[in-house]
Design a binder for this molecule. Structure first.
Ligand SMILES: [Mg+2]
Length: 401
């Protein structure tokens, strides 16, 4: 089989439905212009994220099989790297030779890559190659990976934005009633909000913990919005709430800070969704930065690289709970004994009316079979390849130049 063409299509965040603009702390919150802690600056995230949210990469072959891969953010850059560099390296090659093709793409992009958009572009192409392999074998990719290791995939409800206490409490109770035994909330404040922000961060954790009781796994996400000193103080206040993990307390490059924070608390620390390649994740593991690793297959180098990262994590006795629950992640989890669950983004009941009855978030519109949870689990992904059948009409509708 031979690769004949590669193309990349940028997709607007409009495809996500309403862009999520709930209040929360982010890596940008220390700048007032980008701070939406109180919910009074709803455009805060739009100013630095979007308007282009996704890129779809299609790899065509002379066998009539087309593989589909997917990337997020910096999508103009990803599309350009795919068009101008990666396509030249892989057209004419055998799509089954993923190991060589990965290495060739990685080495060729080192002058401007190693992390960021170039590795995201490699990730999308690599996923398309796995999709081709599955389609050519008439098998789901999790079977090619040696799975399934489980019959269904446990997932955690990932939303719980700090809108107000009553709404938050009801949302958490809704998830328990829907069968989720794990969920993740978001912190609202970072260092600039001082001690009163710390108190409010603690109060929302207390609210959710009280609402769901201690049998439910509860994690919380700081989205890189803190620093080491703040994280230590905040985690000290949170010890008593029995959190499953606290996510991305500091920026990804502060690996020493991660390790310092982790050593100061009994609360498990997670990170890795903004890390790239096996070399980046190796640092997190070897320097004792995390209890749980959260690579994103669309960022870290695709499935080829995620398997290597997972093997390393497993040797460090660190579970992998990937960032975001897209179909490629579900295939990976279905085939890894070291990946206990998936992230899943339900739409809160109180927000559904504004979302026109959609029952999940995130790039769903452009795919035929978006992940769907029931009773807190997702079934094994359906179909051949990476379950990446495009909704062509929606893709055309949301495509941007
Ligand atoms: Mg996260």
């Amino acid at each position: 089989m031979e690769i004949t063409a590669v193309s990349a299509t940028n997709v607007s965040t409009e495809s996500w439905g309403e862009f999520v603009e709930f209040p929360l702390v982010t890596v940008m919150s220390e700048y007032e212009e980008y701070n939406n802690a109180e919910g009074d600056n709803p455009q805060a995230r739009r100013k630095w994220m979007g308007p282009v949210g996704d890129v779809v990469v299609e790899v065509e072959t002379d066998a009539g099989i087309t593989g589909v891969g997917h990337g997020n953010w910096a999508t103009g850059a990803i599309a350009t790297i795919v068009d101008e560099t990666l396509s030249k390296l892989i057209v004419g090659e055998d799509p089954h030779e993923r190991e060589t093709l990965w290495d060739v793409m990685y080495r060729a992009t080192i002058p401007f890559g190693r992390k960021g958009a170039a590795v995201e572009a490699i990730s999308a192409v690599d996923l398309a190659l796995w999709d081709i392999a599955g389609k050519a074998a008439n098998k789901p990719v999790y079977e090619l990976l040696g799975g399934p290791v489980r019959e269904e995939i446990p997932c955690y409800a990932s939303n719980l934005h700090p809108v107000d206490h009553e709404t938050l409490e009801q949302e958490a109770i809704d998830y328990v009633e829907q069968g989720f035994d794990a969920m993740k909330m978001r912190f609202q404040y970072g260092p600039s909000a001082g001690r009163s922000g710390m108190k409010k961060n603690e109060e929302i954790v207390a609210t959710v913990r009280d609402a769901v009781g201690h049998d439910i796994k509860l994690a919380a996400d700081a989205y890189m919005g803190w620093n080491v000193r703040y994280a230590k103080k905040m985690l000290d206040r949170l010890e008593k709430y029995d959190l499953e993990w606290v996510e991305e307390p500091v920026i990804p490059d502060d690996i020493e800070g991660y390790a310092d924070v982790r050593a100061s608390t009994d609360i498990p620390i997670s990170g890795g969704e903004h890390e790239f390649t096996r070399w980046g994740h190796k640092e997190l593991l070897e320097r004792g930065a995390v209890d749980i690793l959260q690579p994103d297959v669309h960022r870290c180098g695709g499935l080829t690289e995620l398997r290597r990262i997972d093997a390393m994590a497993s040797a460090h006795d660190v579970p992998v709970i990937p960032h975001s629950g897209t179909n490629p992640h579900l295939h990976f989890i279905a085939a890894s004994t070291n990946a206990p669950m998936a992230e899943y983004f339900p739409i809160p009941e109180w927000y559904k009316e504004q979302r026109e009855g959609k029952d999940s978030t995130y790039a769903d519109a452009i795919y035929q079979h978006p992940p769907s949870a029931e009773d807190g689990v997702i079934g094994l992904p359906e179909g051949e390849g990476l379950s990446a059948e495009l909704n062509r009409e929606a893709l055309d509708h949301f495509a941007v130049e």
